[in-house]
Ligand binder design. Structure first.
Ligand SMILES: NC(=O)c1ccc[n+]([C@@H]2O[C@H](COP(=O)([O-])OP(=O)(O)OC[C@H]3O[C@@H](n4cnc5c(N)ncnc54)[C@H](OP(=O)(O)O)[C@@H]3O)[C@@H](O)[C@H]2O)c1
Length: 339
């Protein structure tokens, strides 16, 4: 077929804030397939906050992204060539296709590609509400916070891919749900589009005491569960309003991903309020994914679970879109359209 694959490699590791210079675009000819291989044309690339951590050298829950290799990333696309009996040309698939236009893989590698059906659910949603971010929301809410009807749940980064699903699932389970997001327009969407009971614009409250007062007003019965995506002053303000036996699902700490210090100001509240604070990594709970995806898929297909996407066009736009995600310029799931 004489195809050329445009790919982004990690060229260097950032100190502090990353820049577009940390990435390098290359064009690589695609070789002819050998037995067992499948060629996928990636339609959408998912950009996710975890990628910032992978750019670092240091020890974490996952290995660092190697230099001069294709940036890691989830993708959805279509099989365009196959020498595997497991996949036919035209199959739609989700996988870890990376920051590139095509993925050439050995289909015998377990779990490398999953077939998906876009007749009821748009293909891109398999990277968002019916994909990793949706399962993250489902797991952290139901398995860590485990809310009861009538309890109050707070969610930070509430307009985002994970946060918007957390709030809607908690509402469906009869909770009062309060979001925290950056800016008037995001807060409006959180309440009007996703049905949260209230949303606080943290940019109006740079001090934890001010944010804590706003949370107190929005959570008259205190906070029973917190789905934490941000950390720092947002977590401090939440903890000041937590009830006895509150549960905090530590999903992300995006306010510290560039190495900013994010001290916890009042850890004594963990003891005073007998709180449970539990971090989790969604990829370590694979046995629960089918159950989560079944609920999420049903809710999206029936229109009960809403989501929003920010779509950058073309592989060349990936680095800038990724930097924007880390600054809150995305509004909902950040994708790159590759076709
Ligand atoms: N534990 C896991 O397995 C797992 C899996 C997936 C995701 N996560 C985590 O979940 C969180 C949300 O991920 P997502 O994919 O749904 O991203 P997202 O919410 O769609 O996008 C990131 C959002 O974070 C907010 N943000 C960025 N910098 C911030 C800062 N300094 N202070 C406050 N807010 C900031 C921005 O929203 P505002 O404009 O509202 O500030 C931005 O839109 C991240 O922390 C991510 O690392 C964890």
């Amino acid at each position: 077929m004489n195809l050329v694959n445009k790919q982004y490699l990690l060229a260097s590791r950032p100190t502090g804030e990353p820049s577009v210079d940390n990435f390098r675009l290359v064009e690589t000819p695609i070789p002819a397939l050998v037995d067992g291989q499948v060629l996928v044309r990636n339609h959408y690339l998912s950009l996710d906050p975890y990628m910032r951590g992978r750019m670092n050298e240091g020890r974490s829950y996952a290995e660092p992204q190697p230099l001069n290799q294709v940036m890691v990333g989830g993708t959805v696309g279509e099989v365009v060539d196959s020498r595997s009996p497991q996949f036919q040309v035209g199959d739609q698939v989700v996988g870890m296709g990376g920051w590139q236009q095509y993925l050439l893989v050995d289909a015998n590698q377990r779990g490398v590609l999953q077939k998906v059906d876009s007749s009821q659910i748009p293909l891109s949603a398999y990277l968002g509400a019916v994909g990793m971010p949706g399962v993250t929301a489902w797991y952290g809410l139901l398995k860590v916070i485990a809310p009861q009807a009538g309890e109050t749940v707070v969610v930070s980064a509430a307009s985002g891919a994970v946060g918007s699903v957390v709030g809607q699932l908690a509402r469906l389970r009869g909770c009062r749900v309060v979001g925290i997001a950056g800016g008037t327009e995001k807060c409006r969407a959180v309440v009007e589009d996703y049905g949260f009971d209230a949303c606080i614009d943290y940019r109006q409250h740079p001090e934890p005491q001010s944010l804590a007062a706003a949370l107190q007003a929005a959570c008259p019965n205190g906070i029973d569960g917190d789905f934490e995506n941000v950390g720092g002053t947002i977590l401090d303000a939440v903890m000041l309003n937590c009830n006895a036996f509150a549960r905090i699902a530590v999903c992300g700490m995006i306010s510290g991903y560039n190495g900013e210090p994010i001290p916890m100001r009042a850890p004594q509240l963990i003891l005073v309020n007998r709180m449970k604070i539990e971090g989790f990594i969604v990829s370590e709970h694979l046995p629960l994914w089918p159950e989560a995806l079944k609920e999420l898929g049903t809710l999206v297909a029936s229109g009960q679970l809403k989501y929003r996407e920010s779509v950058a066009q073309g592989i060349e736009s990936a680095p800038a879109a990724f930097l924007g995600l880390l600054k809150g310029r995305n509004f909902g799931k950040q994708l790159v359209r590759l076709i």
